[in-house]
Design a protein around this ligand. Sequence first.
Ligand code: DX5
Ligand code: ZN
Length: 214
Amino acid sequence: MNFVAASMLSCDFSELGYEIYRAVQAGSDYIHLDVMDGAFVPNITFGAPVIKCVSASRRAPFDVHLMIEHPERYVEDFRNAGADIITVHAEATNHLDRLLHQIKATGAKAGVAINPGTPLTAVEEVLPVADLLLLMTVNPGFGGQSYIDSVTDKIRRAADVRRRRGLEFLIEVDGGINAETGRKAAGAGADILVAGSYLFRSEDLGIAVNSLKF
Ligand code: DX5
Ligand code: ZN
């Protein structure tokens, strides 16, 4: 069975701690935190100090998705704030291999993300170092966008590469995930489905989380 990561981007930020609690109670396996800097993506969200405020009592791993330019500047800050997984974009750094090692040296798991327009070959060399490969299924920056169907084939190819090379990284997908697109992504080989608006706009969070477990 696949895992579900609740993206807090669509929750009620005035109650962030309580919303995280609610997501875990509803069965989310990870808490996905979207950090945006207004440069790598058009939007700005929150940084390490906010994550630190809500991390002490966490009951599920914090999966921190950095949509920021040159994330190597902040890896230690996010680890100190409580990140269990730190995911960086291949498009946002010049020295991806060094950066993944830098993340692992903090004790966090290292994730590498690619945008829908970035080919899998951009990360092929670093896959043995990565604990997680995040395939964006929307162009990052906002919640509530539609799943880009062509990424389904990329998920399949990533799962193939993993099998052929005997690697163990998890495959995560993020953007436009609902019960229908989640089924496609999980069927193609995704291990972790990130969902924001689908979960937080649902009437019953528990039922919605469950509908993403295939
Ligand atoms: C998009 C973020 C996603 C976002 C997903 O840039 O990385 O995590 O919150 O939101 P939905 O599930 O609404 O597409
Ligand atoms: Zn995300």
